[in-house]
Design a protein around this ligand. Structure first.
Ligand code: GCO
Length: 443
């Protein structure tokens, strides 16, 4: 993509790929792994499309060598993956399962051997079920069990891993998992998302403290999925509505993380009771090295006084992905500008950006996913635009390399640059794989 300017071509701009344990590993019974809340959630009738589960994922627990070879073929500078807590501590808080470290050692050491930086997320939604049985994120103890688990990982892998992520998209865990119930543990409640949100942020703060003490040279951050819808019109009331709509996915997290306090007006309006104890907010506000931003799409909202929330989505003209998400590359520039206008973010990495498409155009050998290529191309240009505006974006990770388990959508929604041909599990590269390889190479 000759349009890329020097700053994205510079050797210190990081090109990567992201994934998560429950979505790609499979082998959910191997080597002493304990059950996670997603294993049990998948068994609930109607919760996951076609009754799919992560028992197979992308079979990466078995085929990790092939996957690292493909990352090397891409020329990726980094690979962001998550460690499954239930592999390391099967019941979340008790005995360590040392066999659970093996896969991650093999993966990390092979990545390093191929000059690919491992970026390790400690939590990507797969809470040990045994902790859920004791209240999960509604129980403050879980934050401390998370810190113990994080300490274990820092001690085990700290000599090899320099970049750590505490939590991936805590908003999904809190609101999709405890508010509307479409994610594990499947709770439907008004107050629970706020209790979970505080304990997730406390867990984050405790893990950052452990990291600073054990790995002073490492870098640590958190990955958020901000939603900053644009105003449907230039009218002030719609602009206000867009600001109001943004808080749940930005201020509710960034105010504590960067300012050590929750957004008062929003919490009051939501009737949120946050179980804050003395010292919590100082822990949560621990300085970060970077903020990971997962960006997929942008919506538009207008003022809607009759609605409880005070705003509503409006119809839009943009082309949509298989997830019915609007394709709005400039939305990526807007969300980064919004974040930097409101909080002192040291550095950004776009830790997820990608799209699900039907991937039906194939000649039997290669899948011609031109719509995904166009999506990626346009969003990389948006990253370039953000850099030109002086926003400190230091890297871009595609979501994702392998088609995998897309949570409540099961395997039906495919985000990968590589398809998996069943039943043998053969990896079939799509055109976007070759596009991203060329992009990283600087063409
Ligand atoms: C997320 C998660 C990923 C999803 C991806 C596509 O951002 O929701 O981190 O696990 O699979 O975003 O929805």
């Amino acid at each position: 993509m000759a349009l890329l300017e020097s700053r994205l071509k510079s050797p210190d701009f990081l090109w990567g790929v992201s994934s998560s344990a429950y979505q790609i590993e499979g082998s959910v019974l191997a080597d002493g792994r304990g059950e996670s809340i997603w294993d049990s959630f998948c068994r609930l009738p109607g919760k996951v499309k076609n009754g799919d589960t992560g028992a197979y994922g992308s079979d990466s627990y078995v085929r990790w060598q092939e996957d690292v070879d493909m990352l090397h073929e891409l020329g990726a500078g980094a690979y962001r993956f998550s460690i499954a807590w239930p592999r390391i501590k099967p019941d979340g808080s008790g005995a360590v399962n040392h066999r659970g470290f093996g896969y991650y050692h093999r993966l990390i050491e092979e990545l390093l051997a191929k000059d690919i930086e491992p970026w390790v997320a400690l939590y990507h939604w797969d809470l040990p079920q045994a902790l859920q049985d004791r209240g999960g994120w509604l129980n403050r103890d879980t934050a401390f069990y998370f810190a113990d688990y994080a300490e274990l990982c820092f001690r085990e892998f700290g000599g090899l891993v320099k970049n750590w992520v505490t939590l991936n998209e805590p908003w999904c865990s809190a609101f999709l998992g405890h508010g509307v119930g479409v994610h594990a543990p499947g709770l439907v409640d008004v107050q629970a998302p706020f209790t979970a949100a505080h304990h997730l942020l406390l867990a984050h703060g405790l893990a950052v403290k452990e990291c600073r003490e054990l790995l002073p040279a490492a870098r640590i951050g958190i990955v958020l999925n901000p939603w900053t819808p644009r105003s449907a019109t230039a009218r002030d009331e719609d602009k206000q509505a867009a600001l109001l709509a943004s808080v749940e996915r930005t201020g509710l997290w960034c105010d504590p993380l960067f300012n050590g306090q929750y957004p008062e007006a929003y919490c009051e309006a939501a009737g949120a009771k946050l179980p804050i104890l003395p010292g919590d907010m100082a822990l949560i506000k621990a300085p970060l090295d970077f903020l990971g931003i997962n960006y997929y799409n942008e919506d538009a909202v207008c003022a809607a006084p009759a609605q409880a929330a005070g705003y509503k989505n409006v119809p839009t003209w943009q082309k949509k992905t298989e997830m019915q998400w609007d394709i709005v590359p400039d939305g990526l520039v807007r969300v980064l500008s919004f974040m930097s206008e409101h909080w002192k973010v040291p550095e950004y990495y776009i830790t997820e950006n990608g799209a699900a498409f039907s991937d039906s155009d194939t000649d039997g050998k290669v899948i011609h996913d031109n719509d995904r290529i166009e999506y990626l191309q346009d969003h990389v240009l948006a990253v370039q635009k953000a850099c030109e505006l002086g926003l400190p974006v230091k890297g871009y990770f595609v979501w994702t390399m392998l088609d995998n388990f897309e949570w409540s959508h099961g395997y039906e929604k495919r985000f990968g640059m590589v398809a998996i041909k069943q039943p043998e599990g053969e990896r079939i590269r799509k055109s976007s794989f070759y596009f991203y390889r060329d992009l990283i190479a600087g063409y």
